[in-house]
Design a protein around this ligand. Structure first.
Ligand code: LLP
Length: 431
């Protein structure tokens, strides 16, 4: 099994966090997102402990809440002492309404509108991660109006190709995110930030991409950032207090993906950062990281019910399910790999090759192609594993399909974290 929270019970059913997924499907209906709260907490603790131990006590992780955003997640993050990264006033609102302390929130985005900036400041957000020169002036203006000095990090692009899917690669010079180091524009941005009266520059941020297994792109980026800290120190006399190295560590979607030991990665990264700081004669900065996927992905799975089966001789077999791209658009967008199981036939031979099709009127509405599973029958429960990140968060109402609930499994029970959307909920804004 690809994660230690998965198993098979005496009935031959798939278990998740020790629970029978077939029973959960019966109880809550399908499609449904099922989440393992303990796994989420375990991951938070791994990051927190390793970062404090290897980077120093001031360093800590921020949960990238774009990967999973609903009130209960922010409550869990608050309880675990995590910071958060938010990318919109909507995420900020959700966090605030769950009681998350916004002084530990970092506001991202390559195009924060005037309203976004005002909303974040009025809610006393801790930090802006400022993307560009234009935004810097806007933050300064809004801060001045409120008589505050706004803490910021500058988002810089280190010019790294992390060798991941192009659509989730962000650290190259040609990117809509951040300001490039290579072109000299980053130096200018720092100069400007230091000159503005209502800005308190705390340091820099970079994020090179997502679902990265190799360790080298992170250490390459970190080195470039430390070198930049040193350059600015020498040329402008400003030494950054904080370096946020973003998120992006990969997770195991299929057996062939490597297992990642996050703590060991953090340790190795810390050694490179410390050596680079020493070589450049700069102090070790406070290090922040922004894991999203690696905190929640394998803490989630989606349960569906099998419907129609279609066998096209000489071509392929389609197995249709009662969900699809509205609850998981990742195959349609990135051809993302997933492990698919027939949850009530776990001990049967996986020799039926098929494509898992969603229920939308759209040929690209597929969840996975060419998977081998035991031949499913109508009403079987199909489980798609590792859907905790970027599934609920990316879900839509395409074809007026209502969103599934999120059921949170705990040590001693379970609860509904997000209820199933009703047709009334779905049409609530429509006049
Ligand atoms: N920090 C920043 C500034 C980011 O842009 C992201 C992800 C993260 C942190 C978190 O990265 P993670 O640890 O989750 O890899 N929808 C795509 C992923 C887009 C990622 C966007 N940024 C997907 O489903 O694969």
């Amino acid at each position: 099994m690809i994660c230690d929270n998965l198993g098979i019970n005496e009935k031959g059913h798939l278990t998740f966090a020790g629970r029978d997924t077939v029973e959960l499907a019966e109880k809550y209906g399908t499609p449904a997102y099922i989440m393992d709260e303990e796994k989420i907490r375990e991951k938070c603790r791994i990051y927190k402990k390793a970062m404090a131990e290897y980077f120093g006590g001031e360093s800590f992780p921020l949960f990238a809440s774009k990967s999973l955003c609903f009130k209960q997640i922010y409550r869990i993050m608050k309880e675990e002492g995590m910071g958060i990264d938010v990318v919109s006033p909507g995420e900020l609102y959700t966090a605030a309404s769950a009681g998350f302390p916004l002084e530990n929130a970092y506001f991202h985005g390559n195009n924060k509108t005037g309203n976004d900036i005002a909303y974040a400041m009025d809610n006393s957000i801790g930090y802006f991660v400022c993307d560009n020169c234009d935004e810097l002036y806007a933050i300064d203006r809004h801060a001045k109006k409120r008589g505050i000095k706004q803490k910021i990090l500058l988002r810089l692009t280190p010019g790294i190709d992390p060798h991941t899917h192009a659509k989730i690669s962000t650290g190259k010079v040609d990117s809509k995110f951040g300001t490039a180091i290579e072109t000299g524009q980053a130096d200018e941005l720092v100069k400007l930030a230091l000159s503005l009266e209502n800005i308190e520059l705390r340091g820099y941020h970079c994020h090179i991409g997502s679902q990265i297994f190799e360790y080298k792109p992170f250490s390459d980026a970190a080195k470039i950032m430390i070198d930049f800290i040193a350059k600015v120190k020498n040329e402008q006399g400003y030494e950054a207090h904080t370096l946020n190295i973003g998120g992006g560590m990969g997770v195991r979607y299929v057996e062939s993906d490597p297992e990642i030991d996050y703590a060991t990665n953090i340790k190795s990264l810390s050694e490179i950062i410390k050596a680079e700081c020493a070589a450049n004669d700069v102090n070790m900065p406070q290090i922040l990281m922004e894991p999203g996927r690696s905190i929640v992905a394998d803490a989630g799975m989606t349960l569906y019910t099998v419907g129609a089966k279609k066998e096209i001789p000489g071509f392929k077999n389609y197995v249709s399910i009662d969900g699809g791209m509205p609850d998981n658009p990742r195959y349609a967008l990135y051809q993302s790999e997933y492990t698919v199981c027939v949850a009530n036939r776990m001990n049967e031979k996986a020799d039926y090759e098929c494509t898992i099709a969603g229920r939308c009127c759209e040929s690209g509405d597929l969840i996975q192609e060419g998977v081998k599973i035991p031949e499913p029958q109508r009403d079987d429960v199909l489980a798609v594993l590792t859907t905790g990140a970027y599934n609920y968060a990316m879900s839509s109402n395409y074809n007026a399909i209502a969103k599934p609930p999120v059921i949170m499994l705990t040590k001693d029970g379970e609860y509904v974290a997000v209820k199933r959307e009703s047709f009334e909920d779905m049409t609530a804004c429509q006049m």
